[in-house]
Design a protein around this ligand. Sequence first.
Ligand SMILES: C[S@@+](CC[C@H](N)C(=O)[O-])C[C@H]1O[C@@H](n2cnc3c(N)ncnc32)[C@H](O)[C@@H]1O
Length: 235
Amino acid sequence: MARQKLVRFAALENMPNVIDGRRDRPGWFDDVFGPQSTVTIELGCGRGEYTLGLARRHPDRGFLGIDRNGGRLWNGAVVALDEGLSNAAFLRAPIEDIEGHIPPGRVADLWIPFPDPLPKRRQTQHRLVSPLFLERYRGLLAPGGSVHLKTDDAELVAFAEEAVRSVGGQLLRAANANATDQDETAIHTTYERKYRTQGRTIYERQFLLPRASRSGVHTTVRRNAVSSSSTLGGS
Ligand SMILES: C[S@@+](CC[C@H](N)C(=O)[O-])C[C@H]1O[C@@H](n2cnc3c(N)ncnc32)[C@H](O)[C@@H]1O
């Protein structure tokens, strides 16, 4: 293993804003964010740029970046400590295990900026917007909580829309490269800056998932989609 990685992994152990998913204990979420609070989560946060951007904009809210790659996550954790962003934390864990780490109903919303597109057919179930993952997220979201996706990959957008439809969800917002500085979608990670420089279209989607019920049976989506043209499965 490269020396830099080893140094970072050792440093992660002692960072107060990093939770190691292999060793977290029940109650860590309340300890970090406060009991009854809801937080915004970035899935596959990499270097944590989106989590940091949101935390800077909303000092009164809690943010958690999740990634299985400790070396990347280290970058975000260091910046958060340097800037005194006490409302941002990072969880090192595979998102496949998210339900074992995050209490149900405590996620205000989920952001998935520039997930790995995993274009091969055999990889589809590992996409962070596959029906399998959406089912994991449903029970974590607080009432009205939504899922935000940003990507430059048109095929992934189509896949995500179909996946949301298949679990009974709705499309709330669809925009292509129209982020403004007033908007949370105006946070640009290194990936987004690179794709914009290349002239690629950036797709933004916001989805609502059906609430999870205790019995595990789907409940219907309560909030209406913004317009009939953006309703998944409409007509
Ligand atoms: C393309 S990067 C995007 C990083 C960040 N969202 C951004 O926009 O800069 C995708 C990240 O997702 C993480 N990732 C992918 N699948 C994951 C999984 N199943 N569990 C945890 N992290 C995952 C990877 O480690 C990588 O850091």
